[in-house]
Design a protein around this ligand. Structure first.
Ligand code: 13P
Ligand code: SF4
Length: 338
């Protein structure tokens, strides 16, 4: 059971510059009644809480049963025996859990949790593109709605995108919706001598597209020997200068296994917070930025959704969309696990 002391122990080292992320023992004590009530409701309803690495630390350390990146959490959702899955993240991640578990109740405490990538393309756009590129295999990033996944052949996440793109048999691929990730894939495959004809859609993550290569030069000058970790949603000029490129959990594992003591992460602040908590002896330099969608999750909304969900909190998909989208996701698991 979570105690105020235990929670404070986990949260005390988090100081990513955001005032709401500075915790005292008193703050933790104040969070306890909500956390306890959430725990009771989880038991009562046989519910689990999945939380993405970017959400607020009081959710990650206070109530989450599983934390991780989009691939890891999809796998947990796929294998779960719970009756109810509460997904603290953004809408497309909760939708993914529902695609994989059509018979379970999937609750989204943050129904306005968009994503600039997922919101930038519709199923109609994909249908139109498929008529323009009839010979292409359509690969979608997991940051897409269920109805977009339903129109695509294979899904990928940041943890498996390079591997899957390389393995796809067809040399003609349309990758959507992240243009920068698409450009990074093209560069990666070219460096490996793999020649594929890859078309990319013009979407971006509003958080990751802002990072500039100059900040890496500056950190390397000021902190020689530091490790630079970047997410593949960043620009190629940023990715080119990195020591490690991968998903949020990939970055966490990289820090865990690294002998270096100084790191600069170009990704959302939530991950920096987890790393500060897990590895207090290591140093995390530079600034991070927040995703307003991920950060709009709160303990109160999680409590409300378990106690009294509103219609917009419950993920509903048409059976046609679910049946088509699940094939796109299952192909991802096949390629990723092969
Ligand atoms: P991860 O799968 O790496 O956690 O990424 C999801 C995401 O939205 C990154 O911005
Ligand atoms: Fe979407 Fe970017 Fe937020 Fe990730 S960080 S959820 S890609 S807007």
């Amino acid at each position: 059971m979570v105690t105020a002391e235990g929670l404070y122990e986990k949260l005390k080292d988090i100081h990513v510059g955001n005032p709401v992320c500075r915790f005292t023992e008193e703050n933790c004590q104040l969070l306890l009644p909500t956390i306890r009530r959430i725990e009771e409701l989880k038991q009562e309803k046989n519910a689990i809480i999945l939380a993405h690495n970017y959400v607020a630390p009081q959710i990650l350390y206070g109530v989450a049963d599983h934390t991780g990146d989009s691939f890891g959490l999809s796998k947990v959702a796929r294998e779960s025996t719970a009756d109810v899955i509460v997904f603290a993240a953004v809408r497309f991640m909760a939708e993914t859990a529902k695609i994989l578990n059509p018979e379970k109740t999937v609750l989204d405490p943050n129904p306005n949790g968009g994503c600039s990538l997922a919101d930038g393309i519709t199923q109609h756009d994909v249908r139109r593109l498929r008529t323009e590129y009839p010979e292409h295999t359509f690969v979608c990033y997991i940051n897409t709605t269920a109805s977009v996944k339903a129109e695509c052949d294979v899904c990928v996440t940041s943890s498996n995108v390079y591997k899957i793109m390389e393995r796809i048999e067809n040399d003609k691929i349309f990758f959507l919706p992240d243009r920068l990730m698409g450009e990074n894939i093209i560069n990666f495959l070219q460096k490996k001598g793999v020649h594929k004809q890859i078309e990319v859609y013009d979407g971006t993550c509003y958080v990751h597209e802002e990072y500039q290569p100059e900040s890496i030069d500056q950190v390397r000058r000021n902190f020689p020997g530091s490790q630079i970790l970047v997410h593949p949603e960043c620009q190629p000029s940023v990715v080119d200068k990195a020591d490690y490129v991968g998903s949020t959990t990939g970055m966490l594992d990289h820090v865990r296994n690294s002998k270096k003591d100084t790191f600069f992460l170009l990704t959302e602040c939530g991950l920096t917070g987890i790393l500060q908590s897990e590895f207090p002896a290591k140093k995390f330099v530079g600034s991070c930025t927040t995703c307003k969608y991920m950060k709009s999750n709160s303990l109160e909304d999680i409590l409300n959704v378990l106690e009294n969900p509103r219609p917009e909190n419950t993920i509903e998909l048409s059976s046609e969309v679910q049946k088509k989208a699940v094939q796109c996701l299952e192909r991802m698991f096949e390629y990723a696990e092969a």
